[in-house]
Design a protein around this ligand. Structure first.
Ligand code: FAD
Length: 393
């Protein structure tokens, strides 16, 4: 790993577009990641271990539910939130995924669709990292098309009874509560959200093993067999598939910034390496035109991605963001980051495949990031629908 301290990536004085508060959030998160995650992440990745010891320190810095108001949350603006996810993902996409799920996919639906009692029970404890959550939408047979889900909720007296399977659920086995999306039989199979405490009889979570991606994040399958929950566990404001899609929009926004962080890590590593590594006539490989062209591609695309994410964040702060804007930012920036990882790996030659450097880990992680929260191609269809008016799903 490089001995040169990471100073961020900024080609066009992007910093001048940010407020003092926004830079402070970014710099604080960067220091946390540098001091706490960078030293352990390769070991975590090798071992397939989620660094749970970082949950409390991340909570103390206000990372959970950071853009929500009240309940002890940090009340960050959307650009501050984005810059935080950028720095988290410069460390590791898996750790950023954990924070995204806790914040955007569990705290956000409780905040947006929950009763006062649900908010008061869960949000302060989740903000402090004392309780962890997961989000169960995807099923073994329904990923890109969650509307086909088979999970059902049936009313029985003052309870709901849940049955079904969820797959690829981040933090499933470490969660205290699962936000489960199910079709309600008594409501014409309308999709609604439920809070399911994970110690309820009939609820089971098992980790997915053999992953080559997001190894420092927990990924699980959930099974529910006649799980009984009180009717007060229904998220009363949820209704229809648009409710989980609203949550995904929050998370996708964070991912569009997070991917920039992974790209920055790869670019910075490749730049430093190319200046030190000598081949032919005792010259650094950075002196070769073909290597420079790769570095130029990376810095150009990172810069464009920063401007895209920033504009989407500003629109979000003004309440003017559309879901297709977020789709474009997620799709473009994750694709760009994956291309940067591949080019950076190439510049490092054989060293690029070893975990002395972060590149191969980022590359493998980004393969999941490209697929989850709406695949690259599904986002193309969302953008295509918005510009043509034609649904091509
Ligand atoms: C590590 C990881 C963590 C995850 N965490 C969560 C989580 O916490 N909670 C959760 O609910 N889910 C989670 N997911 C699930 C994720 O959201 C799904 O994997 C994703 O939605 C894609 O679904 P799928 O894997 O079933 O692929 P599929 O939907 O089967 O797609 C396979 C391929 O077909 C393409 N395709 C599908 N439909 C179309 C179409 N109409 N036109 C063109 N191409 C199409 C896709 O683009 C893709 O290339 C996670 C996934 C991973 C890998």
């Amino acid at each position: 790993m490089s001995a040169i301290k990471y100073k961020g990536v900024d080609f066009i004085d992007f910093d001048s577009l940010l407020s003092d508060e926004e830079r402070l959030v970014r710099d604080t998160t960067r220091k946390f990641i540098e001091d706490n995650l960078v030293p352990i992440i390769e070991e975590c990745n090798r071992a397939g271990r989620f660094p749970r010891e970082l949950v409390k320190p991340m909570a103390d810095l206000g990372f959970f539910g950071a853009s929500l108001k009240g309940y002890g949350c940090a009340e960050m603006g959307n650009v501050e939130y984005g810059l935080m996810t950028q720095e988290l993902e410069r460390g590791d996409s898996g750790v950023r995924s954990f924070v995204s799920v806790q914040s955007a996919l569990v705290m956000y639906p409780i905040y947006t669709f929950g009763s006062d009692e649900q908010k008061n029970t869960w949000l302060p404890a989740m903000q402090k990292g004392e309780k962890l959550g997961c989000f169960g939408l995807t099923e073994p047979d329904f990923g890109s098309n969650p509307g086909g889900m088979r999970t059902r909720a049936r009313k029985s007296g003052r309870e709901y009874v849940l049955n079904g399977e969820k797959m690829w659920i981040t933090s499933g086995t470490i969660a205290d509560v699962a936000v489960i999306w199910a079709k309600v039989e008594d409501e014409d199979n309308k999709v609604r959200g439920f809070l399911v405490e994970t110690d309820r009889p009939g609820f089971k979570a098992d980790d997915v093993h053999g992953k080559w991606s997001l190894r420092a994040s927990v990924t699980s399958g959930l099974s529910m067999q006649d799980v009984r929950i009180p009717e007060s566990n229904l998220l009363p404001g949820s209704g229809g598939l648009k409710s989980p899609l609203m949550c995904l929009n929050q998370a996708r926004y964070g991912i569009s910034w997070g991917a920039l962080g992974a790209a920055m890590s790869c670019y910075d590593t490749a730049l430093q390496y190319s200046l030190l590594r000598k081949q032919f006539r005792d010259q650094p490989i950075a002196s070769h035109q073909l290597v420079q062209e790769k570095l130029v591609w990376m810095i150009s695309e990172i810069t464009k991605g920063q401007l895209l994410a920033l504009q989407v964040g500003r629109l979000k702060d003004q309440g003017r963001v559309q879901h297709q804007h977020i789709s474009m930012a997620k799709r473009n920036n994750v694709w760009m980051a994956l291309e940067c990882a591949r080019m950076a790996r190439d510049i490092l030659g054989g060293n690029g495949i070893a975990d002395d450097y972060p590149i191969m880990r980022h590359m493998m992680n980004l393969e999941s990031v490209k697929t989850y929260e709406g695949t690259h191609d599904v986002h193309a269809l969302i953008i295509g629908q918005s510009i043509t008016g034609i649904d091509a799903f």
